[in-house]
Design a protein around this ligand. Structure first.
Ligand code: SF4
Length: 382
């Protein structure tokens, strides 16, 4: 894995993004932000699974005002997601949000952006410049308030990353140019609390846009594959797109966009980071896929263990293996492992055989060992 790209960190509330900070996981609420109780409830659910930062949609003034009460009732930093109307950004700042997301594709008036930046600067609140393929400004009209309608803006005829030939003005060029336009406004006002995102559904386009911008500016990146899909397809698409960038050392905070509960987004985000060893807290489950050799119901055992490990905060590696082929090897390599045999299973702890248990006691015995190792880890950390 390549060394992490050096960036100028910002603070979203007390959460550091960029620099030497660990890559953070964020999500977006799916409730109506005006419904404070429902939104707070959803935020608490993602707080439980360890989310670092939460973003809320701000479609109108009532939502911007509701953010003040939402902030009072939750622990995680809140980002206001702003489109079209700069007044919503100003009102969200008054509500005490920890960061703004502005879309340069739909707030295209320099003076309006400047008003927001001045206010954010006086409050030392960072701004994410969120460029998105679905809402790019018209080709030839970046920063132009009035112009071609979105239906005739020319964006959809631009070649995507894989299609562009030398000399073509591509979607990637347009995304990067759009981001640079707004970065320029912020920098002209000596504002550098900046994060950037350049999202598309197309992985090639997204990866190229981030790579290009990485060479141009020192600001941290919020990574995402936009409108990635449902829990399964979207998680895979996000893991591939974000995985390529993170492996190259690019990316400081991530959001997995799924047509599902935000909890799912957060859990997937952490799995991506854990796979790359960019986040260490939380259990890692090694589980064999099972096959005709398996002596016990590995699918059930692995899923039961996975559920029970969800709230584990310690960086513990647990292996669930179905037979003697790879079982002992993997089980020994984990902090706690189980290698099943006919009607019985061997439990390993830190590479040593710990005990042999009957099939009926496997889950309880394995989780017992996990809890013991966890308390050892906690004691060592204390
Ligand atoms: S560990 Fe054994 S049961 Fe599991 S997939 Fe490998 S051979 Fe099959």
């Amino acid at each position: 894995m390549k060394k992490r790209r050096i960036t100028k960190p910002v603070y979203v509330g007390e959460v550091k993004v960029g620099g030497d900070a660990q890559v953070t996981v964020q999500t977006m609420t799916k409730t109506d932000t005006r419904d404070v109780a429902a939104t707070v409830d959803e935020i608490r659910q993602v707080e439980e699974v360890g989310v670092d930062i939460v973003r809320c949609a701000v479609p109108d003034m009532e939502a911007a005002e509701a953010l003040a009460e939402i902030k009072r009732q939750v622990r995680v930093p809140i980002i206001a997601d702003i489109h079209f109307h700069h007044q919503l950004a100003l009102r969200s700042l008054e509500s005490g949000v920890d960061c703004l997301r502005l879309n340069p594709g739909n707030i295209r008036d320099r003076e309006k952006v400047e008003l927001v930046v001045r206010e954010a600067k006086s409050r030392q609140v960072p701004i994410r410049i969120g460029v998105n393929f679905g809402s790019l400004p018209p080709v030839g009209g970046i920063g132009v308030t009035r112009g071609l309608s979105r239906h005739r803006d020319g964006v959809n005829v631009l070649p995507k990353a894989g299609e562009a030939e030398a000399g073509d003005y591509s979607v990637v060029d347009h995304m990067v140019a759009t981001g640079l336009w707004e970065i320029g406004i912020l920098e002209d006002l000596d504002f550098d609390l900046i994060k950037i995102s350049l999202k598309a559904f197309d992985i090639d386009t997204t990866v190229e846009a981030y790579r290009r911008m990485a060479d141009l500016v020192p600001y941290p990146f919020h990574l995402g594959i936009t409108e990635a899909g449902t829990a399964k397809s979207g998680s895979i698409r996000s893991a591939i797109g974000l995985g390529v960038l993170l492996y190259e050392g690019i990316g400081d905070t991530i959001r997995v966009s799924l047509s599902d509960h935000p909890r799912e987004e957060v859990e997937t985000g952490f799995e991506i980071l854990k796979s790359l060893e960019l986040r260490k807290e939380g259990a890692v489950l090694v589980a064999c896929p099972s096959c005709g050799r398996a002596d016990v119901d590995i699918r059930k055992l692995a899923n039961d263990v996975d559920q029970l490990l969800k709230k584990t905060k310690s960086p513990i590696k647990v292996a669930v293996m179905g037979c003697e082929v790879n079982g002992p090897g993997e089980a020994k390599d984990a902090d706690v492992g189980i290698a099943a045999g006919a009607g019985r299973a061997i439990i390993f702890r830190k590479g040593q055989k710990s005990r042999i248990v009957d099939e009926a006691d496997m889950l309880t015995a394995l989780m017992d060992e996990v809890r013991q190792v966890e308390s050892e880890i906690l004691a060592a950390q204390a």
